[in-house]
Design a protein around this ligand. Sequence first.
Ligand code: UDP
Length: 341
Amino acid sequence: MQVLVTGAAGYIGSHVVKQLLEQTQKEIIIIDNLSTGFLHTVDTLKAIDSTKRRLKFYKEDLANFESIEKIFKENNIKEIIHFAASSQVAESINKPLQYYLNNSVNTISLVNIAVKYGVEKFVFSSTAAVYGEPEQTGQLISEECLTKPINPYGSSKLFSEQVIKDAAKVNKNFKYIIYRYFNVAGADVDGKLGECHDPETHLIPLVVKTALDKRDSITIFGTDYGTKDGTCIRDYIHVCDLADVHIKALDFLENNESDIFNCGYGYGYSVKEVIDSVKKVSNYDFKVNIGVKREGDPSILVANCLKIKDKMQWKPKYNSLELICKTALKWEENFSKEKND
Ligand code: UDP
């Protein structure tokens, strides 16, 4: 019996596979088309597998339904953790159909095959973008809040959630956990894995690159929001804590019903606080520009995460902005060393 992890050559999926290798005895199948993920990440994961037998990698696109079905025929997949997706909000506005095809249509096809081949547990990587603009600024966002995405990325994920829920209604052996991530950041505490997007648009990796002189400066998108220091507030969750809840989800579904959970810490930091934290951990005072607001950025997005803490008895281990920035910095340093070797 194997667990299939789609998109595991990418940022979050790779951290999950590392924890699966280190904390379980499970055999793992990775499907990734390497469009945004990296072969060197798969190689890093293979090196962590001391048995050299627990990890199987298929370079394949989920859109190739026949090839995907062949993988199910060749193996005995009973659990799926599904990350493979396009995940850039701005890109989704310009290429909506690509997002609906790659995220929604491919998820429909994967769920269809999963049900056909008797998969029992499906863990889905969704996003806080399904909530859209919070109705009341500053209110913690709970799973009960209205889902009203404001971009095709959020819509494509919300539609996928619906597909999974509907499939589970009529297939009693098919259970799911849907995770809605807030701002995922940081890197593997051992320094082996980390974030690597091209182009990079996320705040923490951009600030870290600035601290390492890979960029001249960082620009704050707006300083006149109605927050304590005028800059946007986000709930940053360490990628290792996020990876851990995916492993927990597989155990949880043994004795519990399908469910939806927010993934965050329930506490927000401003853009200025993030920049100050990176300055502190890097001990480097880099240039900061004040820019205009970015379109579609709500001022405050913070999770109400009581449900996951209560139902899964989840206790975050890396709940510290400084640790998030420190691990992100270490990864960026190591990664550039590797590239220059
Ligand atoms: N941000 C910024 N400068 C940048 C990138 C991001 O000020 O170069 C801000 C952005 O406006 C938002 C926060 O940092 O308030 C987090 O943005 P990110 O793109 O990392 O994640 P998002 O919250 O958009 O998913």
